[in-house]
Design a protein around this ligand. Structure first.
Ligand code: SF4
Ligand code: SF4
Length: 127
């Protein structure tokens, strides 16, 4: 979460697109917290002041990226309010399974060749 650009964290306006998207998808992995609460002259917090802002619950997030797509689609592409999505989902340590370079075809062929070699060596040992 980019606290500098996320609209409620930045104090710009209310926004809960990412929260709604996550809940509608059935994941319930984003909760609200209240930020930028104002205080009265005596220093006491004013009820319902400030904004509700999103907090991702890592143990519930499945990494689908719907929240990021929604933030980008509305706040960046449609309204031009922010330069890039304020919420960015990453797979987490050891969970990235995308090819960052090269081709999947070459990877699958190499895996196939390795399996064939393993089977061959297993067969040879049995002789
Ligand atoms: S949709 Fe984007 S700007 Fe809106 S609350 Fe979520 S992260 Fe912040
Ligand atoms: S990536 Fe995580 S937080 Fe975002 S919509 Fe999917 S489950 Fe929810």
């Amino acid at each position: 979460m980019n606290l500098q650009t996320c609209l409620p964290y930045a104090g710009r306006e209310a926004c809960q697109l990412c929260v709604d998207e996550c809940h509608h998808a059935g994941y319930h992995a984003i909760e609200f917290t209240r930020v930028r609460t104002e205080v009265d002259a005596a220093g006491n917090p004013i009820e319902d002041s400030g904004f509700l802002a999103p907090v991702v619950l890592p143990d519930k997030c499945v990494g689908c990226g719907l929240c990021q797509t929604r933030c980008y689609g509305i706040n960046v592409a449609d309204k031009g309010l922010i330069p890039e999505s304020a919420i960015v989902i990453s797979a987490g340590a050891g969970k990235e399974d995308r090819q960052m370079a090269g081709s999947y075809l070459a990877l699958r062929e190499a895996e196939q060749a390795q399996r064939a070699a393993e089977i061959q060596s297993h067969t040879d040992r049995k002789k």
